[in-house]
Design a protein around this ligand. Structure first.
Ligand SMILES: Cc1ncc(COP(=O)(O)O)c(C=O)c1O
Length: 460
């Protein structure tokens, strides 16, 4: 019999996990290896050294170590905002009149306002430890850039951020926070890199995308002096760091004698969802339990539900290695929806593999429904969610409504990845009825998917 859950359950500091969990170790079939575009052969750890710092390249390639110790310096900074609370949505449950129990893991209690700090800290730490002169990165909605700015400031490491132009214009204060922490911020596509100039030559009004900002940041890193690139999502290493979200959730649920029937998360590049589901996916892979794992993505950028499982570049400029993932094609430019952090053409290879093998489900939703769910949630749970996070809220609400129809008291866990204080323009537009639910046609998607790379023997 489950115990009466508090509205917010905080673990103690000494219950913060001491190691990240590497889901790949328990996947019988591993995600496909990254390929070197020049040779069409799998990349080695050493191949990644020009772009990533060594320890992160090692984590990227490590398919076997189940638990990887969190360095004490990283744990020390985690303690500034962790453990994060596991909340019980009593008020939302009442409003929905559902027999379901709804829990959410709230990652918005830090200045970056999201889960992104969980990976920013180790990435900045390993870069500093290697003696780098600085790092570069991209940011979509601005949360990742903010998080990395905080982490780089903490460890004393210079940072240059390429911020997707649509968000740069919608969220000027994001830029100001990053600058407060000492980062320099460039709107992408920019004319400061070859990749940016090529994209602007094609379309001077290009609103940017994560894929395009990645190209610029990677180019800057590889042409810099002892500078490397760091990425806030998609990669195996990022999902590894984000496992702290799932590990803390599992621990807190265990204390309550609870276990989720359904785990729901929003999916941009896949890092929060990959981290949240990690311990539950482990149980599922080992045949101990069978929770449903559900990804919610925007209908305007539907990589899982309408993309192809294929090798593709991780960036628009085609300078990164190729990853096997669900993708809409790296040249796809999503419409400028307000959940900027979900506008990515591909999905993390780990999640893509789980989805492909039937361990995970996916659903695409439109943004007016997302903002309706965000508003309901804000009213009843007193937290103003980020539009990205509100995708998961909508997914959880739909599950709770299904439970009501079926008369089932299931336990739902979802990831509330962040707060939406920099998204008030989006909320205003929603309230004014100005949001557009753009869904690309099959023909539009085919344009970028038909341009997926051709790799002899592997992908003709
Ligand atoms: C608040 C928030 N949630 C979710 C995401 C999606 O990223 P991911 O799929 O890597 O968790 C982002 C990305 O910027 C974000 O800012």
């Amino acid at each position: 019999m489950a115990k009466k859950a508090p509205h917010r359950l905080y673990l103690t500091e000494d219950q913060i996990p001491a190691a990240w969990y590497n889901l790949r170790a328990d996947m019988k079939e591993k995600p496909e290896p990254m390929l070197n575009p020049a040779t069409g052969k799998p990349v080695s750890e050493e191949d990644l050294y020009p772009v990533f710092c060594k320890e992160l390249a090692h984590q990227e390639m490590d398919n076997d170590t189940q638990y990887i110790e969190i360095p004490p310096e990283v744990l020390e900074m985690y303690k500034n905002y962790r453990p994060s609370p596991l909340c019980r949505a009593y008020n939302l449950e009442k409003a929905l009149d559902t027999p379901a129990k709804i829990y959410y893991k709230f990652e918005g209690n830090n200045t970056s306002g999201s889960h992104k700090l969980n990976s920013a800290i180790p990435q900045a730490y390993y870069a500093k430890k290697q003696g780098l002169n600085g790092v570069t990165t991209e940011t979509g909605a601005g949360q990742w850039g903010t998080a990395l700015s905080e982490a780089c400031c903490y460890f004393g490491l210079p940072l240059e951020v390429f911020m997707v132009k649509a968000s740069y214009n919608q969220k000027p204060f994001r830029k100001a926070i990053m600058q407060t922490f000492g980062a320099s911020v460039v709107a992408s596509p920019s004319n400061t890199t070859n990749a940016g100039r090529a994209i602007l030559a094609d379309n001077p009004d290009n609103p940017g995308s994560l894929g395009c900002a990645i190209s610029e940041a990677v180019e800057r890193a590889v042409s810099g002096d002892n500078v490397k690139y760091v990425l806030g999502s998609v990669l195996n290493q990022v999902l590894l760091h984000q496992s702290i979200v799932g590990l803390e959730s599992a621990k807190a649920m265990e204390l309550l004698d609870e276990y989720p029937d359904v785990v729901v998360g929003c999916a941009g590049g896949g890092s929060n969802l990959g981290g949240l589901i990690a311990p539950f996916a482990k149980d599922k892979l080992q045949g101990k339990t069978n929770p449903r794992l559900v990804a919610i993505e925007p209908a305007s950028c539907p990589s899982l539900t309408r993309g192809r499982y294929a090798y593709d570049f991780c960036d628009t400029g085609k300078i990164t290695p190729m990853a096997k993932m669900y993708t809409l094609g790296c040249t796809f430019t999503p419409s400028p929806i307000h959940a900027g952090g979900l506008r990515y053409h591909g999905m993390a290879p780990i999640l893509s593999k789980l989805y492909h093998d039937g361990y995970m489900e996916a659903k695409a939703v439109v943004q007016t429904n997302v903002f309706e769910a965000a508003t309901l949630f804000a009213k009843y749970e007193s937290i103003l969610p980020a539009p990205e996070s509100a995708h998961a809220i909508l997914g959880a609400i739909e599950e709770a409504k299904r439970c009501k129809e079926e008369g089932r008291s299931e336990t739902i866990l979802f990831g509330l990845t962040g707060t939406g204080f920099f998204d008030m323009l989006a909320y205003e537009n929603y309230q004014a009825g100005n949001l557009n639910d753009y869904i690309p046609t099959d023909e539009e998607l085919a344009v970028s998917m038909d341009r997926l790379p051709k790799i002899p023997v592997v992908q003709e």
